[in-house]
Every structure is written in structure tokens, then in C-alpha cells.
Design a protein around this ligand. Structure first.
Ligand code: HEM
Length: 321
């Protein structure tokens, strides 16, 4: 009797843990309607100001949101600084996060704490800031489901779940499936965020002059930016045709073998892959891309949020309360 009682207890505990991390249905766009009614205006104001001096602000935010969601769900864990006393080993120090820049989150948080103290989570700042950053650069606008709470832990080892630019196509697909995302439409639509922002030479330079799926003329252009033995931290535009606009040219680039990262190009150049037709569809219709992108962003934002009384609303996004 004893072992089966124990098994039942373990099962109930596990089920409880899984349920408490998967209440995505509780996220709603009007979550802060009463508690912080000017939320969107406040976040929009900070970002509109910031984009004047940093065109990449939206790109930085959406990438941070993605990297946060891939590690134990969209819970703001990425934003925590190292804190030995509290056992926090920052995710920001892990290899996939080397170029992450989330300083703008502090400015947004300060503005929100002034208007509605202790109300808006850091995880929601990433989700809403991503949407506003996309629309400020010409992309779609949508109602972001809100109500996430912030983690009290970080998981640096968990950053291995974040896709690497050197992952094979099959690994890329598996990493998306592992977090409940679709390995075709979500993968292609979300990769479309590489329509803006930059990447460091070290993330793609090994393709120059060697990768048959890289257009030779484009390869020469990249060789100028990233000469052999040069600075691996030099930056190139992820979208070589319209660098800072949120549009569907990313997909046309892939059709022309001008995807910057090997993983970008693999969506189009992998023989018989389910993603090829989707790339072609999005290249042919910005409307189709935007519609799919919005849905996939909502899917991504729904990855295991903390809700209800789980986690906390951090006062400072860098530290647990
Ligand atoms: C599909 C797998 C993905 C891979 C392998 C990947 C990889 C990368 C890499 C290597 C960089 C350059 C980073 C550096 O130089 O250190 C980058 C930048 C970026 N990624 Fe991704 N990424 C992926 C998916 C996504 C998704 C799903 C989003 C958002 C929805 C996203 C948004 C961005 C943005 C906006 C930038 C530019 C950031 C900036 O300018 O600071 N990526 N990505």
C-alpha cells in the first residue's frame, strides 16, 4: 500500500506543479484595466522616447522576451542580476544571452512604479514592450494577453533551451516543440523577428565563403563587415534589405539565399522541409506574415507563465523582492 500511496502523492504534487505553471488561459489583455489603466500609454511613451536614440530598442526587447520565455516560461527570470546571497545565478551571463541588453526595462519599470506601484510584472513589461517595439517600426499592433507574474529564481543552465545559430534544422524544430510551440508555422513566423536588429560576426562568419546556401555576392558583402581574424563582435543587419523596418523582406532574403544566420536560411534551404512553403507564403504576403506573427507571439507569450498567487510582482526587475 505504502509505495502506491507515495506514487499517488508524487503524482498529485507533480500535477499541481505543472498546473500552476500552465495557466496561460488566465492571461487577458485587460488584466491591468483597473489597477494600471494607463499602462500602454506609459510603456509606449518610454519606448517612443528611447527609439529616437536607439533604433534597436524594439529588437532588443523582443529578443529578451523570447529568451525569457524559452527558459522555464515567460516569468522575467532573464532579468535577474547575480545575487549570491539569494542563490541567483543570472541567465544574462550565459552564452546565448551575451548580446542581451535589457536596460530599457529599468526605465519602463521606474515609470510604472511611479504611476501604479507594485502592480505590473517585469514579465509583462517584456511582452507588452515587444508588441510596442514591433509596431513602432512598422509591424502589426495587437492586444497582448497580460497577467504574468515574476519568478523568484533564475535558471542559467536552462538557457541551453534557447536556439543557437549553429543548431541543425531538426534541433531548431525540437527546441520549439519542447516549449509547446509549433515547429513549422510558429518557427517560421517568429523567426521573422529577424526582420530587424543585428547579429555579431561570430554568429555567422563561418558561413562566409563556405556555405553553399549563402549567395556569393552577399557572402562578399559579409566578408567586408567580418574580415577573417577581425572583430567577432562587429555587427551586421539581420535583414540586409530593410534593416530597421518590421516587414516581410526577411522572407524574400531567404528566397535569395540572403538569410544571415545559418538557422534563418535553413527554414528555406532544408530539402523537403515543411517550412519552405510557409517562407514562400510570407514572402508573398506581408498580411499573412503579420497575422501569423501576432498569433505566434501570443503562443510564445503563453509559455508557462506564473499566474494567480505564484511568483511575485518585483519592485525592481533585477532583483527578487
Ligand atoms: C529560431 C531560432 C533563433 C535563433 C537561432 C536565433 C539566433 C539569434 C542570434 C544568433 C542573434 C544575434 C545575437 C548575437 O550576435 O549575439 C539574434 C538576434 C536577434 N533575435 Fe534571434 N534567434 C532565433 C529566434 C528568434 C525569435 C523567435 C525572436 C523573437 C520573436 C528573435 C529575435 C531576435 C532579434 C530581434 C534579434 C536582434 C537583437 C538586437 O539587435 O539586439 N530571434 N538571434
Amino acid at each position: 500500500m505504502m509505495p502506491s500511496f507515495r506514487m499517488t502523492t508524487i503524482f498529485v504534487l507533480l500535477a499541481g506543479m505543472i498546473l500552476s505553471r500552465s495557466k496561460a488561459q488566465q492571461l487577458i489583455p485587460t488584466f491591468y484595466g483597473n489597477t494600471c489603466p494607463n499602462l500602454t500609454t506609459i510603456v509606449g511613451g518610454v519606448l517612443q522616447q528611447a527609439v529616437q536614440s536607439d533604433i534597436r530598442i524594439g529588437a532588443k526587447l523582443i529578443r529578451a522576451h523570447f529568451h525569457d520565455c524559452m527558459v522555464d516560461g515567460c516569468d522575467g527570470s532573464l532579468l535577474l542580476d547575480n545575487d549570491a546571497a539569494k542563490g541567483i545565478v543570472s541567465e544574462k551571463d550565459a552564452t546565448p544571452n551575451q548580446m542581451i541588453d535589457v536596460d530599457i526595462v529599468d526605465d519602463i519599470k521606474t515609470a510604472l512604479e511611479n504611476a501604479c506601484p507594485g502592480v505590473v510584472s517585469c514579465a509583462d513589461i517584456l511582452a507588452l514592450g515587444s508588441q510596442i517595439g514591433v509596431s513602432l517600426t512598422g509591424g502589426p499592433t495587437w492586444h497582448v494577453p497580460l497577467g504574468r507574474r515574476d519568478s523568484r529564481t533564475a535558471n542559467q543552465d536552462g538557457t541551453s533551451a534557447i536556439p543557437s545559430p549553429f543548431d541543425d534544422f531538426s534541433v531548431l524544430q525540437r527546441k520549439f516543440r519542447d516549449v509547446g510551440l509549433d515547429d513549422s508555422t510558429d518557427l517560421v513566423a517568429l523567426s521573422g523577428a529577424h526582420t530587424f536588429g543585428r547579429a555579431r560576426c561570430q554568429t555567422f562568419s563561418r558561413r562566409i565563403g563556405t556555405d553553399p546556401t549563402l549567395d556569393p555576392t552577399f557572402s562578399d558583402v559579409l566578408a567586408q563587415i567580418c574580415p577573417q581574424g577581425g572583430n567577432g563582435n562587429a555587427l551586421a543587419n539581420l535583414d540586409s534589405s530593410t534593416a530597421d523596418d518590421f516587414d516581410n523582406n526577411y522572407y524574400t532574403n531567404l528566397q535569395n539565399n540572403r538569410g544571415l544566420l545559418q538557422t534563418d536560411q535553413s527554414l528555406f534551404s532544408t530539402t523537403n522541409a515543411s517550412t519552405v512553403a510557409i517562407v514562400n507564403r510570407f514572402a508573398g504576403s506581408q498580411r499573412d506574415f503579420f497575422d501569423a506573427f501576432v498569433q505566434s507571439m501570443i503562443n510564445m507569450g503563453n509559455i508557462s507563465p506564473l499566474t494567480g498567487s505564484n511568483g511575485e510582482i518585483r519592485t525592481n526587475c533585477r532583483r527578487i523582492n
